[in-house]
Design a protein around this ligand. Structure first.
Ligand SMILES: [Fe+2]
Length: 242
């Protein structure tokens, strides 16, 4: 399948059908891109607020729903991985939260220089096609520690598979055995093999399911001015759409 077939494009300047976008996200088979989105937090928060319930976090801009993903240092240290220049391997956002938001939006305000800071994605459906019944079962059964949460990498909810994976969190809060490390290495290899790249342009707002795909990004130059505005939310139930 071509990458273009995985993208559903909208334009901010044209009439946006919110119900259609919500439905695209609910199905989770594609990525949604809204082009020419204005670079303002308020606009972003109010738009996403019409698609779902936004997650406000203390670390965000003014403690609201938007977080600036850009290189930020304090006393010579990057303030988080998101704020570093490092590669971010394929993962789920908020894997250690009580409630994991099911959707993430990234608004490209300033892209990185050529072939840097490229966004990578992997669809859970592609992964499932590559796993044997036994392998799926193993991933459904085995629980891993995500800080204070014990979760399996795969889960079935209402008859549908979900994925939760964040190797950095899994390795930071528990001592893994050699066999487990090998297991994760193999998974990472498979995820990478199934992943594809998308280079966002200025004004692109990409919306993607956090529970039906993994996302990551390639490394960035330490002096880069790359700026992505991130917002996390949970899409509305059919019955709640206005
Ligand atoms: Fe992320």
């Amino acid at each position: 399948m071509e990458i273009q077939d995985l993208l559903i494009n909208y334009n901010w300047k044209q009439d946006l059908n919110l119900q259609e976008i919500t439905e695209d996200l609910r199905q989770g088979k594609s990525l949604v891109i809204v082009k020419d989105f204005p670079p303002h937090d308020d606009e972003l928060q109010s738009f996403i607020g019409r698609l779902g319930v936004v997650l406000n976090e203390k670390r965000n801009n003014n403690g609201k729903a938007v977080f600036d993903v850009k290189i930020t240092r304090r006393n010579n240290f990057f303030t988080s991985i998101a704020n570093s220049n490092l590669i971010f391997p394929l993962h789920t956002d908020c894997a250690d939260f009580d409630q994991i938001p099911d959707t993430v939006g990234l608004l490209c305000v300033e892209p990185a220089e050529e072939d840097q800071g490229i966004n990578t994605f992997m669809f859970l459906n592609d992964l499932l096609r590559h796993l044997s019944v036994d392998e799926r079962q193993k991933l459904l059964n085995k629980k891993w520690k995500f800080k204070n949460q014990e979760r399996s990498i795969l889960e079935i909810e209402n008859g549908r598979y979900k994925i939760c994976y964040d190797r950095i969190t899994m390795e930071s809060f528990s001592k893994l055995t050699e066999v487990e490390i090998e297991e994760l290495n193999n998974l990472d290899k498979l995820f990478k093999h199934l992943s594809f790249n998308i280079k966002l342009k200025k004004g692109d707002l990409i919306l993607f399911r956090n529970d039906l795909m993994l996302h990551g990004r390639s490394a960035i130059d330490t002096n880069s001015h790359r700026l992505m505005k991130r917002i996390r939310f949970t899409i509305l139930n059919e019955s709640l759409i206005p």
